[in-house]
Write a protein that binds this ligand. Structure first.
Ligand code: ZN
Length: 149
């Protein structure tokens, strides 16, 4: 990763950690799920309000490291207003990006591409992935908490 990208990555993480977007409960959520990353101690709940098959609103609460919080914050910005299918495709692309296990659809990811940087810190990949796995659980109506272990 070049210096400019590393700097952008660090600035983005710090900014979203300092003032996370959509950091609240949704009282009238249609779907919600909780996620836990025991290795780091990240715990969060993701709330989704649906209008047909569209994500009308999405929010999260929880405690965790800067990476999990920034990832959750950027995820809520990215999927709000999107069809649930597209949100799921973004989740797949995001996991490929951070796990580096397949080519990620970068056009679909947009600003989320900055998380390519997390691949350099293997211990942090689960932190970045947790909010997306939790979103997927909420959209799938799973009532079991998500755990990265
Ligand atoms: Zn973490």
């Amino acid at each position: 990763m070049n210096d400019a990208l590393r700097e952008l990555y660090q600035e983005t993480i710090m900014g979203h950690n300092r003032s996370p977007r959509n950091f609240r409960e949704l009282a009238d959520a249609d779907a919600q799920a909780t996620g836990h990353n025991p290795l780091c101690g990240d715990k969060l709940a993701v709330f989704v309000r649906l209008e047909g098959d569209q994500v009308e609103d999405v929010a999260f609460v929880g405690e965790g490291c800067a990476i999990s919080k920034a990832s959750a914050s950027m995820m809520t910005e990215a999927v709000k207003g999107k069809a649930t299918d597209e949100a799921r495709r973004m989740k797949e692309a995001f996991l490929h990006l951070v796990l580096r296990d397949a080519e990620a659809d970068e056009a679909l990811l947009g600003k989320l591409r900055v998380f390519a940087g997390v691949g350099e810190f293997p211990a942090r990949v689960k932190c970045a992935a947790l909010p997306w796995r939790t979103l997927e659980a909420a959209l799938s109506g799973k009532d079991q908490p998500v755990t990265t272990e």
